[in-house]
Design a protein around this ligand. Structure first.
Ligand SMILES: Cc1cc2nc3c(=O)[nH]c(=O)nc-3n(C[C@H](O)[C@H](O)[C@H](O)COP(=O)(O)OP(=O)(O)OC[C@H]3O[C@@H](n4cnc5c(N)ncnc54)[C@H](O)[C@@H]3O)c2cc1C
Length: 396
């Protein structure tokens, strides 16, 4: 769009992972791009991600790692911009990284490296990033959109909404993207906190309180979704990767099932131990296979004492079941305050899976976390931000 300095080809609302990726992609195509953000810094969530080292992708990412009401929507964009594509970009910028868990790539030094890659790309592509700019209103005009900000009125041919989800409001999260979608007649699916720690009922919370800080590998499941990862007891409840993963599938009132010894055949172990060392105790068995503090507290919680020889077969069955299928009913989750992601959002049935554009409005785009695509823990959410950002950036 030629003309006044306030007219752009593309305006992107949100200088986060998806918005910056989209800006660089569109800028390299020769589009005149402006990214707006109300925050005082770009990419705040990138900086705080992965414990400050940003788990920026997952080499094993597939569409099966994403939750959505429209499961197939994410396939096209993820196929066209792969984890290897992002890794190639990271390599071109000489960022050092490491694989902390299978497929999970983290910066070796700091998440700042990833933000710098994106900002450098934006600079090279000629895309402008304007911070501390509040977007007050958006209005459709002939051939595009008018964007009313706290510091003036702008216009563009293509508008991209990359405002992210609701998690961590202190980092700039807002419901603006959802409101904008509704303004243009789009359906927004109910949102809720995902990848979030569980809170516990007061009694269990008190019983587990002494274990705060203890972590152990478990197999946790809820709604038929199993995750074999570490669980962490905190002073508020249960966290750690296993619990965060399960939380995305959990609905209030659901039970969470935890196998505390996923690497063992507990029943066989106990039967064998009773035969070989009848004087041995459960405390001894637990001490061998669980962190000591956890073993001790769990044993006390269950009131298990006495030698194994005093256990009948049915007692052993029951104990094996308690250890292999410890069932808890969380009181709730910590909510958006600490959640890593927001589940739900813009219903993707109204968007093109190839370009992220609204089907009925080919110059309005929604990318990143604001849409109803949510990844598992482990770098998948950033991969979606990159892939959806590139998909829109190639079209705007
Ligand atoms: C603590 C934490 C750790 C995480 N760690 C990881 C990880 O290691 N790996 C991973 O894959 N994912 C991780 N995530 C998830 C990941 O950060 C998000 O999925 C990703 O940032 C989403 O990108 P986005 O661009 O859609 O949104 P965001 O990165 O949230 O960017 C949205 C931007 O929009 C701006 N904005 C919002 N409203 C407005 C408005 N009204 N006007 C102007 N600007 C606005 C915000 O200020 C923000 O800059 C983590 C999240 C959290 C909270």
């Amino acid at each position: 769009m030629a003309g006044s300095s306030s007219a752009y080809d593309v305006i992107i609302i949100g200088a986060g992972a998806a918005g910056l990726m989209c800006a660089a992609t569109a800028g390299y195509r020769g589009r005149r791009v402006l990214v707006l953000d109300h925050a005082n810094k770009p990419g705040k969530k990138i900086l705080m991600s992965g414990g400050g080292r940003c788990n920026f992708t997952n080499l094993n990412s597939t569409p099966a790692n994403f939750l959505s009401d429209n499961q197939h929507y994410c396939i096209s964009a993820l196929k066209r911009y792969t984890p290897q594509d992002f890794l190639d970009l990271v390599d071109r910028h000489g960022v050092e990284y490491e694989e902390k868990a299978p497929g999970q790539l983290f910066c070796r030094d700091s998440a700042k490296d990833i933000l710098n890659v994106l900002l450098t790309e934006c600079e090279w592509a000629g895309a402008e990033v304007r911070l501390k700019t509040e977007v007050r209103r958006v209005r459709e005009i002939s051939h595009g959109y008018q964007v009313v900000t706290g510091s003036g009125v702008l216009s563009c041919e293509s508008l991209v909404v990359a405002t992210g989800g609701l998690s961590i409001p202190t980092m700039g999260a807002s419901g603006f993207g959802y409101e904008l979608a509704k303004q243009f007649g789009l359906k927004v699916l109910p949102t809720r906190a995902g990848l979030v720690p569980f809170t516990l009922q007061p009694e269990l919370k008190q019983q587990l309180a002494p274990l705060s800080g203890v972590s152990c590998p478990v197999d946790a499941h809820c709604a038929n979704q199993h995750f074999r990862e570490p669980m962490l007891v905190t002073h508020r409840g249960l966290s750690g990767p296993a619990m965060l993963q399960v939380s995305s599938f959990w609905q209030p009132g659901d039970a969470v099932h935890i196998n505390l010894l996923p690497a063992r055949d507990i029943r066989d172990d106990l039967l064998q131990l009773r035969k070989d060392k009848p004087q041995s105790t459960l405390a001894h068995y637990l001490n061998q296979h669980l962190p000591k503090r956890f073993a001790q507290a769990f044993n006390e919680l269950q009131g298990w004492n006495g030698p194994l020889q005093a256990c009948r077969n049915q007692d052993i069955e029951q104990i094996a079941n308690t250890l292999g299928n410890w069932t808890i009913k969380p009181g709730g989750t910590e909510g958006y305050r600490t959640a890593e992601v927001t589940l739900g959002g813009i219903d993707t049935r109204q968007l093109s899976s190839k370009t992220m554009a609204v089907l009925e409005r080919p110059n309005l785009f929604f990318i990143g976390e604001v849409v109803d695509v949510t990844g598992h823990l482990g770098g998948h959410n950033f991969q979606w931000a990159w892939a959806s950002g590139v998909a829109a950036g190639n079209e705007v």
